[in-house]
Ligand binder design. Structure first.
Ligand SMILES: CC(C)(COP(=O)(O)OP(=O)(O)OC[C@H]1O[C@@H](n2cnc3c(N)ncnc32)[C@H](O)[C@@H]1OP(=O)(O)O)[C@@H](O)C(=O)NCCC(=O)NCCS
Length: 252
């Protein structure tokens, strides 16, 4: 489990510290105060395996393998924990900016404490890999340029990956999670100015979540992805959207 101390609190604001677990967390504002965001936990393995083998989730995701095994979840959660620990270490060392969303695990505390709250989803905001660009050389060049930028560089393009379990879909939760993470963490702690988002062609729910957060539609990228055989093979197009802080500021 990723833990912080009371001495860390001033540095990690607006994250709070759960006294029971010692974990940092972010609580959404009403009417979503029953949702908290924490670091990932190794005890999330069963929930991750269940959700990433559920067609209602995996049919819209390119990254995770299918079938999704226990070991896949262990590797993924371990690497997320390392990213969170690294970000917290940077903050403790006085660095102004970090690379990762420390609290990406979404939990519902309606009927439990934070310590016992089951994982209901995930929202990751990390560097964009430009896999929405069909020209392989251009995609690779942009990916390398973006990856080479120093932490905190305001010209970094970030991208969002997200899922929420079917029982919690359609309640406005992911829209509120993304709004909260951008405002409370990505802008102040990652110096995020540009965020790219994409969704499989026809995934209107995902597009809506981004539109509701002020993302602007870009032209679709037809047939840009090759789906693995386990997901039916063939080509898949992407809806593409972009968020720029300067545009948000102008609209306010
Ligand atoms: C996409 C996903 C993350 C959205 O999370 P969520 O918490 O259900 O989203 P919200 O409730 O905040 O908003 C969903 C919006 O899409 C709309 N929507 C849902 N299904 C829709 C459909 N089939 N057609 C059009 N709009 C749809 C909802 O009405 C809502 O918009 P509204 O507030 O304007 O009415 C969730 O559905 C999910 O995990 N899907 C599977 C994995 C996935 O697609 N991840 C995204 C990969 S890019």
């Amino acid at each position: 489990m990723v833990r912080v101390t009371d001495e860390d609190l001033a540095l990690i604001h607006p994250l709070k510290r759960d006294p029971e677990t010692g974990e940092p967390y972010l609580q959404l504002a009403p009417p979503y105060a029953h949702i908290v965001l924490t670091p990932q936990r190794l005890s999330d393995v069963p929930a991750v395996v269940e959700n990433l083998n559920d067609p209602r989730i995996h049919k819209n995701l390119i990254g995770p393998p299918l079938p999704y095994f226990h070991g896949d979840a262990v590797d993924w959660l371990t690497s997320g924990r390392t990213d969170s620990e690294y970000a917290l270490a940077r903050i403790r060392a006085g660095k102004p900016f970090v690379e990762a969303v420390v609290t990406r695990a979404i939990r519902d505390i309606s009927n439990s404490s934070i310590a016992e709250a089951k994982l209901i989803g995930d929202c990751c905001i990390d560097r964009h890999g430009f896999d929405d660009i069909l020209d392989a050389d251009l995609s690779e060049r942009l990916d390398k340029e973006n990856a080479a930028k120093a932490t905190g560089d305001p010209t970094i393009t970030w991208s969002v990956g997200d899922w929420i379990d079917p029982a919690h879909q359609g309640q406005g939760i992911m829209t509120a999670v993304i709004a909260t993470l951008i405002r409370e963490w990505c802008i102040p702690k990652m110096n995020t100015r540009i965020i790219f988002a994409s969704a499989f062609m026809g995934n209107r729910a995902s597009v809506r979540v981004f539109e509701k957060n002020g993302f602007r539609n870009l032209p679709d990228a037809p047939d840009v992805l090759q789906l693995p055989d386990a997901k039916g093979g063939g080509r898949m197009g992407l809806h593409r959207l972009e968020w720029r802080l300067e545009e948000q500021a102008r609209e306010e």
